[in-house]
Design a protein around this ligand. Structure first.
Ligand code: ZN
Length: 311
């Protein structure tokens, strides 16, 4: 008999972080500059503790190492996905991630990073950085050398509910006033390209210009996200992305519905409202995992969830 695996999030203080993880989500955050909640994570830099059932007190990475049967046929040496909730009170640095091959060769065998963002909330006229305007690597190098950041960086307006897929090699940054749910490969490798000349404790944070130039794709091409919603009587399901690493969907439930968990595992994050899953009360901010062969589950209430699994 498989059990739902509820997880204790790990919080990260960041110079750009805020307090919305407390004010919006009710989390007990470590500081008024809390930038990230690692909600479903088995990464060594933030390994979630299991807070219920027979594995109570163990970490998600321990479960992956010792009870792989809970993850069915999931592939990888490490638990493959990482789900974060990010509160950006200020702009994040402009960054880029390597792909698997570059990371394997240059970062001690680490994974590259494909990630995607669901905009949970943002202030009016909020913006985000995705892409750049250089036609080729030479132009990219020239613009970086001359500090022509305004011309180089592509900024676009966002609104609540928008969704973006960020492929490796894509210049990107979350900007101030934005709260997002990020689903990504289980990797923590980021190259910082530009940090707005900001100071952290009197000095600029380290940049990784050479590695950034190596991995940035030129010219930039926007990734195509899915956008298909299927509406039923008690719920609607929107496919946000299906790529080689993950499939992410948004589920809106209003009433009661039985589903079947047929994936190797299913990540679930409640992003609004409250309800019940198989007798467990759940509310906004709760993140948990349905293991392999969990079978049917019943959701009841009025809530929105982001769900994801390894594709
Ligand atoms: Zn990123």
């Amino acid at each position: 008999m498989r059990e739902i695996i509820f997880l204790e999030p790990v919080f990260k203080s960041m110079i750009w972080g805020g307090n919305k993880l407390k004010t919006d989500f009710g989390f007990d955050i470590p500081s008024e500059r809390t930038g990230e909640c690692w909600a479903i994570s088995a990464h060594k830099n933030g390994d979630c503790l299991i807070k219920n059932g027979r594995y109570n007190g163990k970490t998600l990475s321990w479960l992956w190492e010792n009870h792989r049967e809970e993850f069915g046929s999931a592939r990888g040496e490490v638990f493959p996905l990482l789900v974060k909730i990010i509160d950006a009170r200020d702009d994040l640095s402009i960054q880029v991630h390597p792909d698997d091959e570059y990371a394997r060769l240059n970062e001690n065998g680490a994974l590259g990073k494909t990630e995607c963002w669901y905009i949970l909330d943002c202030e009016e006229d909020s913006e985000i950085v995705i892409g750049h305007n250089a036609r080729d690597k030479q132009e990219l190098k020239d613009m970086i050398a001359k500090g022509h950041w305004q011309e180089l960086i592509r900024v676009r307006k966002i609104k609540k509910g928008d969704f973006f897929q960020i492929e490796p090699g894509t210049v990107h940054a979350i900007k101030k006033g934005t709260v997002i749910l990020e689903t990504q490969q289980n990797s923590d490798i980021t190259y910082r390209l530009y940090d707005y000349e900001r100071l952290d404790n009197g000095k600029q944070r380290e940049l990784h210009i050479d590695k950034s130039i190596e991995v940035i794709r030129c010219p930039h091409v926007d990734a195509i996200a899915e956008n298909e919603t299927t509406v039923y009587e008690n719920y609607s399901m929107k496919e946000l992305i299906h790529c080689g690493y993950y499939t992410v969907r948004k589920l809106d439930i209003h009433g009661e519905q039985v589903f079947i968990q047929e994936e190797s595992f299913l990540n679930m994050s409640v992003i609004s409202g409250s309800g019940i899953i198989d007798g467990h009360e759940i509310k906004k901010g709760d993140c948990f995992l349905l293991p392999s062969e969990y079978g049917s589950y019943r959701l009841a209430g009025n809530m929105e969830l982001i769900i994801s699994y390894q594709s």
